[in-house]
Ligand binder design. Structure first.
Ligand code: PLP
Length: 366
């Protein structure tokens, strides 16, 4: 019998008997916000020791039955991904580097003692959902369909060991602009909390990392900032990343710097893509440690002219101001910088199919 791994297109398709009303959907698509409205369908695939991956289904979006003893509810065995589907000017639908998300998902799975999923099955699951919900692409400028694949441990067992049953799920949410203020540049708060320690789970995309970042993020909001910046756990000196975005620094000599993937930083697909695009633009990019003190000095002296955060949800977000216990400083003019703008424009043009893709990054959905 062909297994799902051999033949990743064996999905049972159960169309929604009562999909969202066209007028309601049109209203959502004209003003989607981020992450609060979901499409008509979802994909689920089960895993257990005996059968491996099985039961691949596209079904109506809805609650997942879960035993109260399911390990995810107690020991947080959960990982996720985030990527976007775009409607291109020629009407086709495309994902951006979904294979990179699949590889990272499996790296996260290994760290959380969860089963890996064949990359082709991961990508097929996403394609199935986008095809089923092709009517859900936002109509607003800059809109996309945000895909959220995740995996949870479903075995009902309270002992502490890796679970023996899992569920992989993909849901989709129409997305507009991520930052609610729509501000041109964000203000960030340097947290005294840490996000990830050496040997910990910082390089895995797991819900537990986010749970731990909520108090620091709330603190940043309460102080009037948009995002939280985490420094390294050992010395509290080196810049790591924001709550869910990687950071880049742009210098007056035209070079860029981003902290290295030392094990405590999430390897962003956006980060990797921007490094390549910047190098093609003739800009040198160093992956080197950078301290907060040096950042403040370089911003004040004018050696550093721009800084930006990057990630799938918000793509590229200029950083305008940095504040912490030891005071604050402004980046450049406090607004979006030229190099930041240029890199963002190139990346989004490729993602949206407005510029030729010379990298094999654009994955069309047939
Ligand atoms: C997802 C994520 C990023 C950005 O990764 P992309 O692949 O660019 O979306 C950065 N930092 C953290 C902590 C993340 O979870």
């Amino acid at each position: 019998m062909a297994t799902l791994a051999d033949s990743p297109s064996h999905f049972a398709r159960l169309p929604h008997p009562a999909p969202a009303d066209a007028a309601v959907r049109a209203e959502v698509l004209a003003n989607p916000g981020f992450g609060s409205r979901f499409t008509d369908h979802m994909v689920t695939i089960d895993w257990d020791e005996g059968q491996g991956w099985h039961n691949a289904t596209v079904a109506p979006y809805g609650p997942i039955p879960l035993d109260p003893a399911a390990s995810v509810l107690h020991y947080a065995q959960e990982i996720f991904e985030g990527l976007k589907a775009y409607r291109h000017p020629d009407g086709s639908m495309a994902l951006f580097r979904p294979e990179a998300n699949a590889a990272r998902f499996n790296a996260s799975a290994r760290r959380l003692a969860m089963p890996e999923i064949p990359e082709a099955l991961f990508v097929s699951a996403i394609e199935e959902l986008v095809r089923a919900d092709a009517a859900w692409f936002p109509t607003v400028e800059g809109g996309s369909l945000y895909l959220r694949p995740f995996m949870i441990a479903t075995e009902a067992f309270l002992g502490v060991r890796p679970a023996k049953q899992y569920k992989f799920v993909v849901i989709a949410s129409p997305a507009g602009n991520y930052f609610k203020s729509g501000a041109p540049a964000v203000s960030i708060w340097v947290s005294d909390y840490t996000r990830a320690a050496p040997g910990g789970t910082g390089a895995a995309k797991c819900g537990g990392n986010y749970a731990a970042s909520l108090v620091p993020t709330a603190e940043a909001f309460a102080k009037g900032h948009d995002q939280v910046l985490f420094l390294d756990a050992a010395e509290h000196k080196w810049i790591e990343e924001l709550g869910g975005m990687n950071l880049f620094f742009v210098f007056a000599d035209g070079s860029l710097l981003t902290p290295p993937l030392s094990g405590t930083i999430l390897a962003g697909v956006t980060r990797n893509s921007l490094i390549q695009l910047a190098r093609e633009e003739g800009l040198s990019v160093r992956e080197e440690p950078y301290s907060l003190a040096q950042w403040a000095d370089d911003a004040r002296s004018g050696k550093l002219i721009e800084a930006f955060a990057c990630g799938t949800a918000a793509v590229v977000t200029p950083v305008g101001k940095v504040a912490g216990r030891d005071g604050e400083f402004t980046i450049g003019s406090g607004g979006p910088g030229q190099i930041t703008g240029k890199l963002k424009a190139r990346l989004t043009a490729i993602q949206r199919g407005e510029e030729a893709d010379g990298h094999g990054w654009v994955h069309r959905i047939g």
